[in-house]
Design a protein around this ligand. Sequence first.
Ligand code: C2E
Ligand code: CA
Ligand code: CA
Ligand code: CA
Length: 281
Amino acid sequence: AKRAGRNGYAIFDPTMTMSVLEEAQLRSDLEHGLEHDEFVVLYQPVVDMQTQRVTSVEALVRWEHPRDGLLGPYHFIAAAEANGLIVPLGRWVLREACAQLARWRAESPAAADLKINVNLSARQFQYAGLVDDVAAALTDAGVEAASLTLEITESMLMEDIETAKRTLHALRELGVRLAIDDFGTGYSSLSYLKQLPVDVIKIDKTFVDDVHIDDDDVALVDAVAGLGQALKMQTVAEGIETDEQWATLRSIGIDHGQGYLFGKPAAPADINALLNGVSAI
Ligand code: C2E
Ligand code: CA
Ligand code: CA
Ligand code: CA
């Protein structure tokens, strides 16, 4: 629902139309936020399905809004996408996540093999400076490219297939890994998927929700697991909340899992504790 901000404009809701004034206000707030370090990145663990060991973390951005409190991406990503500020914001997330990976590694041997996953938006993916931004983020943080996986959605790939392919190959050339996010919710055909240099398929939460009770979901997830095997892509199931879901997905042969069962998005120190077996999130 549209929530009125205390400052007068409504927090962006993609289902509602913003007035020109509200758009301008949010734009200037986003710019101000970027300049004044109001954004933070939380990290959610991704685990090995067999061992539950943390293998990577996904960077998820939040906005510590001075008046409206901590805002999730739903409140501002679509607006930032619409006004173009997603490019500097996304660049900041990317740089911050790489720098954080370097900090974990400096702090603890347990983070030596840890990898990081960063979401890209459509506009960022189309931005001509993307490959240079990614290379600079890695170099400046002193992190090797193979430790970074960029997550993109099917719909981003479908808009302009040839350009998308070129961008993916340029990123691959750098040595970063590529994941298709929210897999199953878009329309990518099998023949098309085969042509893309993708390393990881992330199965959307909607297929995970009832997988322990719905045979249709088992069949679908099983098909994606087979697809991953055939195309030599790793599979990750998103949004795992229960032991039953975990057990079902593990028996299907999904490689990695992510969800509240293993840990919610958390601050860097909590990830450190998790890696060192000090506490569960
Ligand atoms: P996503 O990439 O599909 O990320 C997974 C979302 O599912 C996250 O929501 C995460 O907190 C949530 N989630 C994970 N496990 C569970 C679970 O077990 N149960 C439930 N109910 N939810 C779970 P979040 O952090 O609110 O992010 C929402 C979306 O915002 C992301 O979806 C992604 O599309 C976008 N986003 C987040 N950070 C960034 C960013 O830095 N850049 C861009 N472009 N998009 C971002
Ligand atoms: Ca994602
Ligand atoms: Ca996802
Ligand atoms: Ca999703």
